[in-house]
Design a protein around this ligand. Structure first.
Ligand SMILES: Cc1cc2nc3c(=O)[nH]c(=O)nc-3n(C[C@H](O)[C@H](O)[C@H](O)COP(=O)(O)O)c2cc1C
Length: 354
């Protein structure tokens, strides 16, 4: 099949624009409104804090994931290979970006499985593409190509509405997800890309048999801003939508409350390990970050600096451990019961970790 040149160029320009600080939402994720009750006598050893958790059949070193970003161009593949190396070393999960263009161009991302045999790898397709003719076969091909442990379907109506070549017929996406859940050989994850998933939709998705919902809320990578930056002359029409979306913490609070016991992934503007710890205490099973991982991998001269990303992930783990230490929790299960407030409201205990 012919390579989809416009899609490839778009992917590379997304990578470049996502690194521009002007395309991040910054500050509105809600995490700063959360505080823990400090424990002055923790009775635990910081070095012995256990962040390990089970996810998709793998034992991970921490409930962390490198979020879906890219694949399918030379640059994108280099980035994915570097991300896979870091994720494998750190024993954290890895998600890839949409596989559609690469698969349609006859390319493979198979090498990622060899680079990362001990961690979950999550494939990716857009909800709109899944709903188009041949979508189910494309999803099967995406899973097979990566030997993926799960497939994530992304919902990105805001991005598509602002994107110059955006796909704006969203009819049939829900039934396509339901059909995928029935037919896929692996668990199905549904995610947003930075505008958030609300509790009603999350409950509906879990009822359909979706295994996990990644809320991917507002506060980090901002697709309205990224796509507007790619437009020619008419970007101001979209300016009122630059702050559209539900803050990640609002999504987490409502989704975790409405869907107890379900697998919720937190993402969207998670800045460091303390934010990640807050997300886990709110009830998320895993925490994912995309833009910050990319920013720490790509150096100023555009070279890839995997050791810098290694240090960044190690730092997140340290910050999470300190959050547990300062609340007196030796592991994630105990951490689910520590005292935490949103503004003045106490947040009820959750079942963190496994
Ligand atoms: C460069 C880049 C490309 C992305 N491409 C995809 C994609 O193909 N599929 C997808 O589901 N999400 C994609 N995302 C969205 C992320 O997975 C994530 O949901 C979003 O960026 C919010 O997380 P963050 O604030 O940590 O970046 C992309 C993000 C970035 C930064």
């Amino acid at each position: 099949m012919q390579s989809d040149k416009p899609a490839a160029a778009r992917k590379d320009s997304h990578l470049e624009l996502a690194l521009d600080p002007r395309t991040r939402s910054g500050g509105e994720n809600g995490f700063d409104r959360i505080s823990f009750t400090h424990c002055a006598l923790p009775e635990v050893r910081l070095a012995a804090i256990d962040l390990s958790t089970e996810f998709l059949g793998y034992r991970l070193g921490a409930p962390l994931m490198i979020g879906a970003m890219t694949g399918g161009t030379k640059r994108a593949d280099q980035i994915n290979h570097a991300l896979a190396g870091v994720a494998e070393d750190q024993l954290i999960a890895l998600a890839v970006g949409s596989q559609r263009a690469a698969l349609e161009a006859g390319q493979t991302a198979r090498r990622l499985r060899d680079l990362a045999p001990h961690i979950p790898i999550i494939g990716n397709l857009g909800g709109v593409q899944l709903a188009q003719s041949g979508g189910l076969d494309l999803a099967r091909a995406a899973i097979d190509d990566l030997q993926a442990d799960a497939i994530a379907i992304h919902l990105n109506p805001l991005q598509e509405a602002v994107q110059p070549e955006g796909e704006t017929d969203w009819t049939g996406v829900k039934s396509a997800i339901a059909a995928l859940v029935k037919n896929a050989a692996v668990p199905v994850i549904v995610k947003e890309v930075g505008a958030g998933i609300n509790a009603i939709l999350a409950a509906e998705l879990f009822d359909m048999g979706v295994t996990a919902v990644d809320v991917a809320g507002f506060g980090g990578t901002n697709w309205a801003r990224i796509e507007a930056a790619r437009r020619d002359g008419d970007a101001e029409i979209f300016a009122p939508f630059f702050d559209w979306g539900m803050p990640t913490v609002d999504c987490l609070r409502t989704v975790c409350r409405a869907c107890p016991g379900q697998l919720v992934i937190a993402s969207g503007g998670v800045r460091h390990g303390l934010d990640a710890a807050k997300a886990i205490r709110l009830g998320a099973t895993m925490v994912s970050a995309a833009g910050p991982m990319l920013a720490h991998l790509v150096a100023d001269d555009s070279d890839l600096d995997a050791p810098k990303l290694q240090d960044f992930v190690t730092g997140w783990k340290q910050q999470m451990s300190i959050a547990l230490f300062l609340t007196g929790a030796p592991n994630l299960a105990a951490f689910g019961g520590v005292e935490m407030r949103f503004d003045e409201d106490m947040i009820p205990p959750c079942k963190a970790g496994s």
